[in-house]
Ligand binder design. Structure first.
Ligand code: EPZ
Length: 423
């Protein structure tokens, strides 16, 4: 297994380019199932999750060419609407094939995603939505079986804003007969992006990006050619890395408008964030202490849960105590024990963490547990002024960050990937 080794204490300087958004690419790749023609995705990041989705689409009978930043998907000779456990267990987002398959083929058999490191993550809202559109749902032997000759438009009220739940039902409704209204939807930019693609395919989607979405279904949908949006979470991660290490960094192709909650918290700590031409500039004088700031995660446009771990590391630097409350997932403090091994002082109680900042971090061997926790450990390694940090199990990182150690090295960090280490 690969390890990333970091020698900290270096400021970050220079410019890097933000990649396409993982959490936009995944649902849009699944939307290709709604049409038999050849669809083309551009600006696709080179990530493990993209490869896994390509594999899944092949198993479902599609012809797939994955060559980031380009992916081509077309109908194959034989459709096989069955998503096996072996693939779904690698990536929960595989559940996003459920809506398109039952809408396109009248039936689907998809392995029920299990829990993951950060929470139990049920999919009851996905199933409730499909039932409202007329599907019969049966769970057996670890699989979801969904059937419906032709879905029909209906109203679906989600119990909570769910990102992939909203996306799954949007895709199903795009081929349903009649009009669907989704209420209490997730408003994430990735949901809005999917709405854009479904409109390109000929569906009529209004309101994507707001909490109420209307969809006029079609009998048939066209393939699409689409360049996906940039990754706001990757952007936020490099913003926090620059703020933590200190320095002056330009992020090219960065969707600042999708990160208002993160930017306002960064500014509250004393970090400078601004636009510079088509780049975002982050500056922090390492001699200027950071202010502690409290954060509570929330659905978009609130503070993203996918930035919580990274921001916690920044608060390890702040002069004083900050309070971080995780409201989305019940088990998203897996990075805390690893940060404590590096010398951080963090108390947790249920969904709340108190970070007592201002103590220097030291290098150590640390274990990545999930995607965003691994990014936070890399940032902590940049801060550790004494000793080396080795982040183990970086396959978690590779699921959502394209060449992170290279991009950081481009900014002057001492980060290298060591291949095939025991771990
Ligand atoms: C999406 O996951 C993202 N994944 C996650 O990013 C992100 O953390 C999450 O949204 C929240 O922003 C993708 O887009 C592929 P939810 P998703 O359904 O859709 C509960 C990353 O790091 N819920 O919005 O699975 C759920 O348990 C990943 O890139 C139900 O109870 O999240 C959670 O508490 C990690 N029943 C809350 O809703 C349901 O049927 C929000 O989850 C669905 C969700």
């Amino acid at each position: 297994m690969d390890v990333i080794r970091i020698r900290g204490g270096k400021q970050l300087q220079g410019k890097i380019r933000v990649s396409g958004a993982k959490n936009a690419a995944l649902p849009i790749l699944c939307a290709t199932l709604l049409s038999d023609g050849e669809s083309i995705l551009r600006n696709v990041p080179a990530l493990k999750d993209i490869e896994t989705t390509g594999e899944l689409l092949r198993v479902l009978g599609r012809n797939v060419m994955v060559d980031p930043p380009l992916v081509r998907v077309a109908g194959g000779p034989e459709a096989n609407p069955e998503a096996p456990y072996e693939l779904v267990k690698q990536m929960r987002a595989s559940v996003l094939v459920l809506g398109p398959l039952v809408a396109r083929y009248g039936r689907a058999k998809v392995s029920l995603p299990g829990g993951c490191q950060i929470g139990s993550r049920p999919v009851d809202q996905h199933l409730k939505g499909l039932e409202a559109l007329g599907a019969t749902i049966r769970l057996s032997n670890g699989y979801i079986h969904a059937e419906c000759k032709r879905l029909r438009g209906a109203e679906v009220v989600f119990d909570m804003p769910t990102v992939t739940g909203t996306e799954n039902i949007m895709m199903a409704a795009a081929l349903a007969k009649g009009r669907t209204t989704l209420v209490n939807c997730a408003r994430e930019p990735e949901v809005e992006e999917l709405g854009r693609v479904l409109n390109k395919m000929g569906a009529r989607v209004d309101g994507a990006g707001t909490d109420v979405i209307h969809i006029e279904g079609r009998d048939e949908l066209d393939p699409f050619d689409h360049a996906i949006i940039s990754d706001r979470i990757e952007t936020g991660t490099y913003m926090v890395a620059a703020a933590a290490a200190g320095g002056d960094v330009l992020l090219e192709n960065a969707p600042l408008e999708d990160l208002e909650a993160v930017v306002s918290k960064l500014r509250a700590t004393g970090v400078e964030v601004g636009r510079e031409g088509d780049c975002v500039r982050i500056r922090r004088d390492p001699d200027r202490p950071l202010r502690p700031v409290d954060v509570m995660t929330a659905p978009h446009p609130g503070f993203p849960t996918d930035m919580q771990a990274q921001f916690m590391v920044l608060m390890c630097l702040a002069r004083g105590t900050s309070r971080i409350v995780e409201t989305i997932f019940e088990n998203r403090f897996m990075h805390v024990p690893e940060l404590r091994r590096m010398g951080a002082e963090i108390d947790t109680d249920g969904h709340t963490a108190h970070v007592h900042g201002g103590r220097p971090l030291s290098g150590a061997k640390v274990m990545a547990t999930d995607l965003r926790a691994s990014a936070s450990l890399v940032i902590a390694g940049l801060l550790a002024t004494e000793g080396e940090t080795e982040v183990l199990r970086v396959y978690h990182l590779d699921r959502g960050y394209e060449y992170m150690e290279r991009k950081l090295a481009q900014l002057g960090a001492d980060t290298v990937r060591i291949k095939g280490q025991p771990g």
